[in-house]
Design a protein around this ligand. Structure first.
Ligand SMILES: NC(=O)C1=CN([C@@H]2O[C@H](COP(=O)(O)OP(=O)(O)OC[C@H]3O[C@@H](n4cnc5c(N)ncnc54)[C@H](OP(=O)(O)O)[C@@H]3O)[C@@H](O)[C@H]2O)C=CC1
Ligand SMILES: O=C1O[C@H](COP(=O)(O)O)[C@@H](O)[C@H](O)[C@H]1O
Length: 478
């Protein structure tokens, strides 16, 4: 007779007689901004979807909270996404909080003693604390099968990313390391796969013979939002471009994978990123940096970035970063990939835009050709758009540009719910492989060095403007 599994809970009476393996999610950094604003709401929706029956949740950080304080944080976060069903209530009722310094072995030992069943550890910690915590865990070991979820930025440069990779490889196999990039859980980012590989019409023209340039832009109206502790040490290049926008580039530019198995998709992404480098290897010409000065965005008055509480102006942290890259392979050689992200901007623009070359020849007699064709993939609002030149109304020989637009509904899960699901199901497809994390640092490192050496001026732009005048990316009309 087999012993009943203490980690198994019976399913509801009347339902098929399967046992449910109860997983534990241990959140390190449970009192932080990420945990409250993104991770717990994503978890709430995932629990509501029924994907993690019987989940046990443990929160931990240095704050001297008790279970009740933590429970109300979880309940508030779940409420923001309407996660208030029976399964979510049970997680809230059962969850516990353990104060700990997670860089100390003895604290981690106590924490792990409280965990049972298959374990997922989420490091919602500042990058340096994550590295120290992982080092302490490596000294004491983790239960077999444990999956680790690590936030971006992964390390603080290529060398630290490599050391962290080496350290993690002593703890668990690579497939159990989930380096998170929540953009990979966004439904429109995932839609890139369907758009490119489930249609006949786009893939044959996605190459240097037909594409003039590719822009990947994430302009936000949000300012610092009290995140100086993290953001002032990172800046826009590391916060957005080195991580999220390079992941989008990889999905846009990679070769078709034969299947969506993790090793295929992650292998294709690694291959294309290995071919990616700065345009003409010139970090000065191929980058721009700027930070916002006082101004008004959406009726909200923002102070100078440098005067925000917690900011050290001497660091010269940028709130807007642009880089131009080349993907040096047969398909893309010669096509500029322009990546940009900025905060406190007037126009929210979150999209990838593929601009096609002019037609080989517009017949004489057909007038009004002004704008090239463009394919737009919007990351918020989630939209797909195609800008085309057609014979407009009125004079039939005069061209007009029209926009065909499709709106996507929100995905089944928010981005954090999606990446959490990957970890609970042991599927690393949506997480960043170790070599890819290092490759992304390799791509931006010359820019970081040029900025540190003062070779690229730090411009200013008023909050609520369209950014610095010498942008490498012109406005895209339409
Ligand atoms: N916030 C966001 O929007 C996003 C954040 N991220 C990433 O998530 C990570 C966390 O960011 P965020 O939540 O904003 O940061 P916060 O500073 O808000 O939170 C950090 C958390 O880590 C805890 N902590 C720090 N040191 C220790 C320690 N030695 N032992 C135990 N707990 C410790 C803090 O606990 P205490 O307060 O008790 O010190 C706090 O709970 C970062 O890597 C960031 O890049 C990624 C995407 C978005
Ligand atoms: O990781 C981050 O992403 C957000 C933007 O992503 P969204 O899904 O919230 O739109 C960005 O504001 C933040 O600075 C960055 O850390």
């Amino acid at each position: 007779m087999t012993k009943p599994d203490p980690n198994a809970s019976a399913t509801a009476p009347g339902s098929p007689a399967t046992t449910v393996v109860r997983q534990t999610l241990l959140v390190l950094g449970a009192s932080g901004d990420l945990a409250g604003r993104l991770l717990l709401p994503g978890l709430g929706r995932l629990v509501a979807s029924g994907a993690v029956p019987g989940l046990r949740l443990i929160g931990s950080s240095k704050e001297d909270w008790d279970d009740e304080r933590w429970r109300s944080r979880v309940a508030d976060a779940f409420a923001t996404v309407g996660a208030d069903g029976a399964a979510e209530s049970e997680v809230i009722r059962e969850t516990r909080y353990v104060p700990a310094d997670v860089t100390r072995e003895e604290d981690l030992r106590l924490l792990l003693r409280d965990c049972s069943g298959p374990l997922v550890i989420f490091f919602a910690l500042p990058p340096m604390v994550t590295a120290r915590s992982a080092a302490a865990l490596a000294r004491i070991g983790v239960p077999p099968g444990t999956r680790l979820m690590l936030e971006k930025p992964f390390g603080v440069d290529r060398i630290s990313a490599r050391s962290l990779n080496e350290l993690l490889s002593t703890l668990v196999p690579e497939n159990q390391v989930h380096r998170i990039d929540h953009f990979l859980g966004k439904s429109t980012v995932l839609n890139l796969l369907g758009l490119r590989f489930a249609n006949r019409i786009f893939e044959p023209v996605l190459n240097s013979a037909h594409v003039a340039c590719v822009d990947i832009v994430f302009d936000e109206s949000l300012g610092l939002e009290s995140r100086a502790g993290y953001y002032d040490g990172a800046g826009a290049l590391v916060d957005m471009v080195q991580s999220h926008l390079l992941q989008v580039l990889a999905l846009l530019a990679m070769e078709p994978p034969p299947t969506l198995a993790a090793e295929e998709v992650r292998g294709r992404k690694a291959q294309v990123l290995r071919a990616t480098r700065l345009w003409q290897d010139d970090p000065v010409a191929a980058s721009r940096r700027a930070r916002y000065a006082a101004g008004e965005v959406d009726g909200r008055r923002l102070p100078d970035y440098a005067a925000e509480p917690g900011v050290d102006p001497a660091r010269g942290t940028e709130t807007l970063a642009e880089i131009v890259l080349t993907v040096d392979n047969w398909r893309w050689a010669g096509v500029p990939f322009r990546l940009r992200s900025g905060k406190a901007l007037a126009a929210v623009r979150k999209e990838a835009v593929i601009t096609f070359k002019q037609p080989a020849r517009v017949p004489a007699g057909l007038t009004g050709y002004e704008q090239p064709d463009r394919l737009r993939i919007g990351f918020g609002p989630d939209q797909l758009g195609l800008d085309l030149n057609v014979n407009g109304p009125g004079n039939p020989y005069d061209l007009d540009q029209v926009q065909l637009t499709a709106d996507f509904g929100p995905g089944e899960l928010p981005a954090y719910g999606e990446v959490l699901r990957g970890a609970f199901e042991g599927d690393p497809t949506l997480s960043v492989r170790g070599d890819v994390a290092e490759e992304c640092w390799r791509i931006v490192e010359p820019v970081l060095a040029a900025w540190k050496a003062g070779a690229v001026p730090l411009r200013e732009y008023p909050a609520g403007s369209s950014g610095p005048a010498d942008s490498l990316i012109g406005p895209v009309s339409g």
